[in-house]
Design a protein around this ligand. Structure first.
Ligand code: SF4
Length: 437
């Protein structure tokens, strides 16, 4: 690997950054897919070189926490040996592409975008010019699947309009409306030229598309992009709406496009797994599925190509492993950052508080979607959740509700609530028989 690792505060596979509970190593998974043999390699490495705690991220990647001092090199070698690294060191940070975990399987999908995802990841890895993109610059491909997260503020997105056309959208455009329409085979060249144009136009302070579009209009950007392309950018359809998606974190059995097969989804408790669970998941994916674990942006897992006859057995095995498989499980609606237990910036122990809130909710009928954040950086959720709890003291939170007219976390409902008060508040909002949407 001749190119050096880029300096950054963000963890990477080759750049293990310290936290209060040890080092963090982030593994970027192409399309969120982890093969069983790779899952075993990660689990073994986490057991021997770290404390065994694994974290599923909201971009369908995976982190090893608690890396032990002096074990960094051994861990990195083990992960590279399992084929989990970038082709060149400088490309690790830019492998940011979100795909539906149900790509190629979802019966609602208009297009299977896995081949394009592979081409785009190759482009990002093989183009030295593109390796200067910010480590946060991210692409999203939307094939129209029902099991998809469409609220992420991705810098650049492509969505299937039908079986032949893709729509281009950029973060920072009004109403998240698409800007142009292309034929699907033109997508690779479109993205190549758009990324190069972005890097040409952006100043060092403008590392994200939204920032550039604060200084140049989308129309002007499109005009310059068109000048670099040998195919026309077509106008997008008026009033286009993205495909419908699930409203809550998926858990359970879902139909698949292929006859006789289905998908099984489960959540991880606050996005965390232990190495022993990952070893067991690898085994289950081989016994019941296709030997692949698909990580979801809801910090959970999906196993595809499961024969319908064995889906119930698999779901029950996932539940026995400690995964969340019931749609009414309150923890499925909760997201919590690392918090003060392992992050120096954390004001509160947000993960412990989330577990407590889940217990309170379990005793009621409220099933709200809530993000607990121990500081304003809001690492745990790339989108604004319907409710946000932002720590104001080690034992109190500000409660916000998302509203279209209020930026940031939304409308402040209460300036300082304990978790007991929050649980009681939700129970009052959602009495028996009216679960939260
Ligand atoms: S949101 Fe703040 S406290 Fe929580 S993990 Fe991120 S930096 Fe740490």
């Amino acid at each position: 690997m001749p190119a050096p690792v880029r300096p950054s505060a963000c963890p990477g596979l080759l750049r293990i950054v310290p936290a209060l509970d040890g080092g963090i190593c982030r593994i970027k998974l192409p399309g969120g897919v982890l093969r069983s043999v790779q899952a075993r390699a990660i689990a073994e490495a986490a057991r021997h070189c770290a404390n065994g705690v694994l974290e599923l991220t909201n971009r369908s990647n995976l982190q090893i926490r608690g890396v032990l001092p002096g074990q960094e090199g051994t861990l990195i070698d083990a992960l590279l040996g399992a084929g989990l690294g970038p082709r060149v060191a400088a490309a690790d940070d830019v492998r940011n592409l979100l795909l539906s975990p149900a790509a190629g399987l979802d019966p609602q999908a208009r297009m299977d975008l896995r081949p394009l995802a592979g081409q785009l990841l190759d482009l990002l890895q093989d183009s030295p010019a593109l390796q200067t993109l910010s480590a946060k610059f991210a692409l999203q491909l939307d094939g129209g699947e029902a099991l998809a997260m469409r609220e992420h503020p991705h810098d650049l997105w492509l969505a299937a309009e039908d079986e032949r056309h893709l729509l281009l959208g950029l973060a920072g455009c009004p109403n998240d409306a698409p800007l142009a329409r292309i034929e699907a085979p033109q997508a690779l060249e479109l993205v190549r030229q758009l990324l190069l144009l972005f890097l040409e136009l952006a100043t060092p302070e403008q590392s994200r598309m939204r920032q550039l579009l604060g200084h140049i209009s989308p129309d002007e950007l499109l005009r310059r992009l068109q000048a670099r392309l040998n195919f026309p950018l077509q106008p997008p359809p008026a009033n286009w709406q993205p495909a419908a998606t699930v409203e809550r974190t998926p858990a359970g059995i879902y139909p698949q496009a292929q006859n006789g097969l289905c998908m099984v989804a489960a959540g991880a408790r606050l996005g965390r797994l232990h190495a022993e669970q990952l070893l067991a998941l690898a085994e289950l994916s081989e016994r019941h599925g296709d030997g692949e674990l698909r990580l979801t942006p809801w910090q959970g897992l999906l196993l595809g190509n499961v024969p319908e006859a064995s889906a119930g057995e698999l779901l029950s095995a996932l539940g026995d492993l400690g995964l969340l498989v019931r749609a009414d499980e309150p923890l499925l609606g909760l997201v919590a950052c690392t918090g003060s237990a392992a992050c120096a910036r954390g004001l509160s122990d947000s993960k412990r508080h989330a577990l407590h809130l889940a217990e309170l909710l379990r005793a009621s009928h409220a099933r709200p979607q809530v993000h607990l954040s121990a500081c304003p950086r809001s690492c745990a959720s790339a989108r604004v959740q319907p409710y946000t709890l932002l720590a104001s003291t080690p034992e109190h939170y500000q409660l916000y509700q998302r509203t279209p007219e209020t930026p940031g976390f939304g409308r402040l409902l209460a300036p300082a609530m304990t978790i007991d008060q929050v649980g009681a508040w939700f129970a009052r909002q959602h009495p028996a028989g009216t679960p939260d949407a």
